[in-house]
Design a protein around this ligand. Structure first.
Ligand code: SF4
Ligand code: SF4
Ligand code: SF4
Ligand code: FES
Length: 593
């Protein structure tokens, strides 16, 4: 790439041609504040004006996030005019903002508050009218509060980029402009899949997960038997909330923290993941040998299930009937653990700690209840768990490394751990399917062809005793759509497909810690490109460290079938561990019906 010469504050610097002033300044050692620009221009509407600088060749001040550098350009970031202009931009945003920071769950991660502090903006500089506020708390997963929206458009772009969906858009005009689903409907009345990818990029508290911490507090107060279980991807990211480098697994400290929050038992959902592979692998084998809709598609991602129900009702028979791992494990806690301990299932309150916000919706589904009893009672995200740990005064870094409770669901295999990565469900299922078809373990244990961390489609042809099984993996609905349209057209060559709602899989779920370079001074400049891979690496490392690495070799899984369930896909398994879907095609966002 050709180099050009610029000057910043009168000091020469050489940078690549074609960069924006913002990027060039970063290369020269400056951080210009931003709000609407995000992730290599994923959203670059140039609307917030908090990145204004002076530049020769331009008339007046320019938005550095969109203005390109040119040979000989002289840039002033710290001139009185530039400093004043940036402060005024933030003050304008604050003038129409509901500044209740004390009650705002975004506090501590809020980029608006950060730039306000950075620029010295006063919150009363422009007193005046506030636009009308709309708050949507109807959907189980998400909360939208327009009084905290700065109209940056990041969420609009993320929904399009991840899923090809345009659930969020700009509504109304001028001072009344808001960002919302069509016609300012609730998320619950739109074909939103409740994945939370928009929450992950929102710089303020305008989009948040629907917190369930208060429900857990109430269960404790009511004297319930409150049992917690944590998903694999949580351990790969929770440490980020407490200053650990991205990709540091914190399994032992997480178990210790959850125990100190007062939960009667703390379990790892990896056990439930192993159970899922037993059920799903058996289901796939049945479909391959006895007939059934092929390709079979995984069903553990509720965002993906929502998408299928809204858009591909005709393909629902292709989805595995397996519940997701935390729902399976919740059903086992309520209907086996409770029985073993002489407890009425109605007195048990199961809390799932998830990287996902769509799980909050999933647990509410009628199809996820057994005899009217929900498998799971509350779902909190990785971020909410961190909030509870801080609220209860724990110094996470000083916690000891502890193990999960071992009584009935303490063992898990390496296969269970990699559930949290795109391609992980496929690989883990293949480890068991290979064994069931051949009577021997795959050597090497890994199926590395299905690995990867980016959105997009990966495929592999797996030779099992001379039978070739064609498999494909997609994460994010934009990629999944390609595979689904092939099935619809009758041209799909696959027998088994893994689909995850969030790009990169659960490690990049909508409930994971925010990745904001500005709050992560010790991470590399390219952290927005590499964080998914780093979190995934944490899980693959834990898989490699396990002595048991296939679900069918987990001794407590074997025991569960011997003592309680009978056989995979058997009568009791179907009652407790399998679910059903209902098409919502033809859903009309205008009427909500
Ligand atoms: S979004 Fe930020 S500035 Fe607004 S109330 Fe929340 S913490 Fe405060
Ligand atoms: S939750 Fe997902 S589908 Fe819904 S608006 Fe946000 S990004 Fe789009
Ligand atoms: S909801 Fe958040 S991400 Fe979306 S436009 Fe408003 S502030 Fe930006
Ligand atoms: S960050 Fe440049 S205009 Fe918003």
């Amino acid at each position: 790439m050709a180099k050009i010469n610029i000057k910043i504050e009168g000091i020469p610097c050489q940078v690549e041609a074609g960069l924006t002033i913002l990027e060039a300044a970063k290369a020269c050692g400056y951080e210009i504040p931003t709000l609407c620009s995000f992730n290599h221009g994923e959203c670059n509407v140039g609307s917030c004006r908090v990145c204004l600088v002076e530049a020769t060749g331009a008339r007046g001040l320019v938005a550095s996030c969109v203005y390109p550098v040119a040979e000989g350009m002289e840039i002033r970031i710290g001139s009185p005019a530039a400093v004043d202009a940036r402060r005024h931009s933030v003050e304008l945003l604050l003038s129409n903002h509901n500044k209740n920071c004390q009650q705002c769950d975004k506090n501590g991660h809020c980029e608006l508050l950060y730039v306000a502090q950075l620029t010295g903006a006063r919150d009363d500089a422009f007193a005046g009218a506030h636009s009308e506020t709309y708050v949507d708390r109807v959907a189980p997963s998400l909360v939208r509060d327009t009084s905290k929206c700065i109209l940056c458009g990041r969420c609009v772009e993320r929904c399009k980029n991840a899923h090809g969906l345009g659930i969020l858009g700009f509504e109304h005009r001028g001072f009344s402009t808001i960002v919302s689903p069509a016609e300012n409907r609730s998320f619950a009345d739109s074909p939103c899949i409740q994945c939370g990818q928009c929450v992950n990029v929102c710089p303020t508290g305008a989009l948040m997960e629907h917190s369930e911490i208060a429900r857990i507090d109430a269960a404790f107060k009511a004297g319930k038997h409150v049992i917690a279980q944590a998903a694999p991807a949580v351990r790969a990211a929770l440490g980020e909330e407490f200053g650990y480098p991205i990709g540091t697994p914190v399994t032992g400290k997480m178990a210790a923290a959850m125990r100190r929050l007062g939960f009667e038992r703390v379990y790892d959902v990896n056990f439930g993941a192993d159970l899922t592979y037993m059920e799903e692998g058996t289901e796939l084998l049945k479909r391959l040998t006895e007939g059934g809709a092929l390709p079979m598609i995984t069903s553990c991602s509720p965002g993906w299930v929502n998408y299928a129900e809204y858009n591909y009702g005709d393909l629902l028979p292709h989805l595995s009937s397996c519940k997701s791992p935390h729902q399976m494990q919740g059903a086992i806690i309520k209907h086996w653990w409770a029985k073993q301990n002489g407890i009425d299932p109605e007195d048990v309150f199961v809390v799932s700690v998830m990287p996902c916000v769509a799980k909050k919706f999933e647990k509410e589904r009628d199809q996820e209840k057994v005899d009217g009893i929900p498998d799971v009672d509350a779902v909190i995200t990785t971020r909410e768990l961190a909030r509870m740990i801080r609220r209860n005064g724990m110094l996470f870094n000083r916690l000891p490394e502890e193990d999960w409770d071992q009584d009935i669901m303490g063992d898990y295999s390496g296969a269970g751990v990699i559930f949290g990565v795109t391609g992980g469900v496929m690989e883990a299922a293949l480890r068991t399917v290979y064994y069931k078809l051949t009577g021997k373990e795959h050597d090497p244990i890994e199926f590395t062809d299905v690995r990867g961390h980016e959105a997009g489609i990966r495929e592999a042809a797996v030779d099992i005793n001379g039978t070739v099984v064609n498999v494909a993996i997609a994460s994010g609905m934009k990629s999944a759509k390609v595979l689904l349209d092939e099935i619809r057209a009758g041209t799909s060559k696959y027998q088994f497909i893994e689909i995850m709602g969030c790009p990169g899989g659960c490690v990049n779920g909508g409930g994971q810690p925010y990745v904001r370079p500005v709050f992560l001074p010790n991470e590399a400049d390219d952290i927005l490109d590499t964080y998914k891979e780093k979190r995934a690496r944490a899980l693959y490392t834990e898989d490699e460290r396990q002595t048991v690495r296939q679900s069918h070799n987990n001794p407590q899984i074997v025991q569960l079938y011997e003592q309680f369930l009978g056989e995979p896909n058997g009568h009791l398994s179907h009652k407790l561990l399998h679910t059903a879907y209902a098409g919502r095609e033809g859903f009309n966002a205008a009427t909500g019906e």
